[in-house]
Design a protein around this ligand. Structure first.
Ligand code: HEC
Length: 198
């Protein structure tokens, strides 16, 4: 009898510990906003592959000139808290962070005979909305494959900022290229009136 009690007690203790461990893991913000180092540089957002996947582009280019270089895939992710806010309001809250992954493309490999798939990682472009930190509200960062930390592009109204300011459909985000997000913007009436969608 004593033995059984000991076993039952140990079982309960283990169960209690595992519940605690589970809790402490989930109480961590699984999807923090942008993390800045003491010197104000942005820490590379390592966990973004577990964020919300927005959409992908293939070989998108914004100049008339056709390019001979390899077509790149772009995969866009956004932190989940901001995504939830967007679904409700059609706008982006402060501390929104977008990641755009760049992958080189290829067509011939394994069993594939037609079409393109993603191959080599080429870099990360990051965009952050932080109204206190940046006078222009939105800031832009580039990380190559090894970089762990990056400064915001300068000046505040740099080339990235200007193109996003002028052409992006909702605030600085190009939802005209993200079908699921575009539906929300249309429903909420948050598309900038100056932007052409077609
Ligand atoms: C000439 C216009 C232009 C410039 C310059 C530009 N972008 Fe973009 N950006 C786009 C377009 C169009 C998209 C959406 C297409 C896609 O998914 O690739 C986009 C998408 C993004 C996204 C995904 C979120 C969003 O806003 O829709 C990030 C992050 C991003 N760009 C960062 C940058 C950074 C960093 C720079 C500067 C180094 C930059 N961009 C320069 C046009 C531009």
């Amino acid at each position: 009898m004593k033995r059984i009690l000991v076993v039952v007690f140990m079982g309960l203790a283990i169960a209690a510990i595992s519940i605690r461990v589970g809790r402490s893991q989930t109480s961590q913000p699984a999807t923090p906003g942008p993390q800045f180092a003491a010197d104000g540089k942005l820490v590379r957002p390592e966990g973004y592959r577990r964020w919300v996947y927005v959409s992908s582009g293939l070989g998108m280019s914004y100049s008339q000139k056709a390019s001979d270089s390899m077509q790149m895939f772009t995969n866009v992710f956004v932190n989940p808290v901001s995504y939830d806010y967007y679904l409700q309001h059609g706008t982006w809250p402060d501390k929104t962070i977008f990641v755009l992954e760049l992958y080189g493309s290829t067509s011939q490999g394994s069993i594939n005979k037609h079409g393109n798939y993603q191959k080599d990682f080429m870099g990360l472009d990051v965009e952050v909305k932080d109204e206190k930190r940046f006078a222009e509200k939105w800031a832009y960062f580039g990380f190559n494959s090894g970089e762990k930390i990056a400064s915001a592009s300068t000046p505040g109204q740099n080339g990235c900022w200007q193109c996003h300011e002028q052409n992006a459909a909702v605030e600085h985000s190009f939802v005209q290229f993200y079908p699921e997000l575009l539906k929300v913007a249309k429903e909420k009436g948050t598309i900038k009136p100056t932007v052409h969608l077609e």
